[in-house]
Design a protein around this ligand. Structure first.
Ligand SMILES: Nc1nc2c(ncn2[C@@H]2O[C@H](COP(=O)(O)OP(=O)(O)O)[C@@H](O)[C@H]2O)c(=O)[nH]1
Ligand SMILES: [Mg+2]
Ligand SMILES: [Zn+2]
Length: 321
């Protein structure tokens, strides 16, 4: 027997609601927010209800893809499924996971297994910095090892940091409080404790996801698709699929010429180097390199900058060949 996944989704969701709304001819256009997508069917949150919609045909023809986090306008036509008719201009957009209109990137970092990787953290922080998205660091597994070295680096740069023990929930409430009123995304390697933290931030949501997994015939719930959960008034959060180190490139690249600006603490030193086009790597009279050598900026952050700069130049050379 062939099971149509779309049908399954409708049945476990708000199918009666969908029918009811389609019968209300008066409701021609309606605003909502995309909170999930599966097999081309979008879950759209409207006044604490979820409706299921398809993308407008003309969007598909033009290659415009609505993504999770988009604010959209729906069009209800008689006896058909609602259609995403218009997409509000995005405040920001990240490629992987595809998410729009994010206020806060929550970098979830485990203090051990897997160990923190400064290069990855600095790359992610730089990407969000360049997109104007606030970043916070949440260190997990502090019952097993402390993350003080990393905490110091990122607090020193001005990032807000938190520590949680997901085995007891210690520290999770402070994180939850910080998310209120924002759209946030938990981001980090597989196994760092994103889903565990989510259990404290939104216990009712975690329960619901496992129910859905059961009905879809999946075993244990794994985070496959990105999904925004409404966890309070004006508060949405996404538990994103974990990434492997290789996949990190897909978060998007920062051009080499803009990289230094994406390291927030570098700004004090930019513009004063001997050469106007200083790359801040080996040049004589480079204020940034001098600051790193004198310990005024973190060695670890400067090293990440140098590596990311080399990577960016490499990619740019390959692209123009
Ligand atoms: N000891 C300890 N284990 C944790 C902590 N947070 C998560 N874990 C464990 O680490 C593993 C991965 O956690 P999970 O939340 O699935 O990570 P995700 O892949 O980022 O969603 C699980 O076995 C969790 O029980 C923590 O704070 N302390
Ligand atoms: Mg997970
Ligand atoms: Zn320089």
């Amino acid at each position: 027997m062939v099971i149509n996944i779309r049908t399954v989704y409708l049945k476990i969701g708000d199918y009666p609601l969908l029918k009811e709304m389609n019968n209300q001819k008066a409701m021609e256009n309606d605003k909502g927010r995309i909170v999930g997508v599966s097999a081309g069917l979008y879950s759209v949150e409207q006044n604490n209800k979820t409706v299921y919609a398809r993308s407008r045909g003309v969007f598909r023809q033009k290659g415009i893809k609505p993504v999770v986090g988009d604010y959209v306008e729906l069009n209800y036509e008689e006896n058909t499924q609602p259609v995403i008719w218009d997409i509000q201009e995005r405040k920001n957009y990240i490629i992987r996971p595809p998410l729009a209109n994010i206020d806060l990137a929550v970098l979830v970092v485990s203090s051990c297994e897997p160990k923190p990787n400064a290069l990855i953290l600095d790359k992610l922080a730089a990407i969000f910095e360049s997109k104007g998205i606030e970043t916070i660091f949440v260190f997990t597994k502090i019952d097993r090892a402390d993350a003080e070295v990393f905490k110091e680096i990122y607090e020193g740069v001005g990032y807000k940091t938190f520590s949680v023990n997901n085995t007891t929930g210690d520290g999770a409430e402070r994180v939850a409080a910080y998310l209120r009123g924002k759209t946030s995304a938990l981001i980090g390697n597989t196994g760092v404790g994103k889903s565990s933290l989510m259990n404290y931030i939104a216990p009712e949501v975690s329960h619901k996801t496992s129910e859905i997994s059961k009905k879809l015939g999946r075993g244990k719930h794994t985070t496959r698709e990105v999904r925004l959960y409404k966890i309070g008034e004006n508060t949405y959060t996404a538990d994103t699929p974990g990434f492997s180190t290789v996949e990190i490139g897909r978060y998007g690249a920062i051009p080499s010429s803009e990289l230094a600006e994406s390291f927030r603490e570098f700004s004090d030193y930019l513009g004063g180097c001997r050469f106007k086009d200083c790359a801040h790597i080996k040049e004589d009279g480079c204020l940034l390199r001098a600051a790193a050598e004198e310990g005024k900026i973190s060695r670890s952050r400067y090293d990440s900058y140098c590596k990311l700069f080399a990577q960016a130049v490499n990619e740019e050379n390959n692209r123009f060949k």
